[in-house]
Design a protein around this ligand. Structure first.
Ligand SMILES: [Zn+2]
Length: 249
């Protein structure tokens, strides 16, 4: 990966930026310098530099060996969260949640648009259809404010097509922190605070989806329980028409 998060600096650093910040591997006497160990934001395993002193390669970050630790970055992020049938279903609550979601869909869509530039309305429609099919709404401990995070974590966000393509050249994926291996963990740990990450990939040239070779960086996304209280720019007429035609009563 190209970037690793440095909590002291509060941002992602390339290996070269890390060197500028913390100095080269050896000090003036040729002794190994102490430098802070950065960790993978997703799996929390310590990282090391690869090719730091090799002028012929672009240096990158690699995971230290850590048998038994699962990291979705190393495996290409293809293990997406899946919407599964509820573990504990509450149909009455499910009907209320779905009705409230549809009453507020413009805000849900607006909030998603504040996290991902130029999301595709058909991603959102596909998410709602999966939620209907699997009965997601009836899941106990699922709250309305969780829904955009569930949508972001279960869907894929390729760069937009057409004239706006250059405005978001990267492919985005989202996930909960490593405590949340499946969505089930979200229901079980409903009272816990969760943290949320954005994974940025280069658009792959010769294959359908990006993998570890395209991974650039992970960034924290601020989790906001009260996002429904904010106001968002209204959806465009295309999005409104697509939603109306998909869910016409
Ligand atoms: Zn990792």
């Amino acid at each position: 990966m190209e970037y690793a998060y440095d909590p002291k600096v509060g941002k992602n650093l390339t290996v070269d930026e890390y060197k500028t910040q913390h100095g080269p591997k050896l000090d003036a006497r040729g002794n190994v310098r102490w430098r802070p160990k950065l960790r993978c934001l997703v799996c929390n395993v310590p990282l090391h530099t690869v090719g730091e002193d090799n002028p012929t390669v672009v240096p990158t970050w690699g995971h230290d060996p850590s048998p038994g630790t699962f990291c979705p970055i190393k495996s290409g992020g293809s293990e997406r969260y899946e919407i599964l049938p509820p573990t504990e279903a509450d149909p009455t609550k499910g009907a209320q949640l779905r009705a409230s979601f549809f009453a507020n869909w413009e805000a849900h869509w607006g909030y998603i648009g504040s996290v991902v530039l130029y999301p595709d309305i058909f991603t959102f429609i596909g998410f709602i259809r999966s939620a209907d099919k699997k009965g997601l709404w009836t899941q106990r401990h699922l709250e309305e404010w969780h829904l955009p995070y569930v949508c972001l974590a279960t869907c894929d966000f390729p760069p937009p097509k057409g004239t706006i393509a250059a405005r978001r050249p990267h492919w985005l994926r989202f996930r909960f922190n490593d405590r949340y291996r499946t969505l089930r963990d979200l229901w079980i740990e409903a009272d816990q605070e969760f943290s949320f990450l954005q994974l940025t990939y280069r658009k792959p040239l010769r294959k359908k989806e990006p993998g570890p070779a395209e991974f650039i960086a992970a960034d924290h996304v601020r989790v906001d329980r009260h996002w429904l209280d904010a106001t968002y720019p209204p959806p465009n007429t295309f999005a409104i028409a697509a939603m109306e035609s998909a869910f016409r009563a």
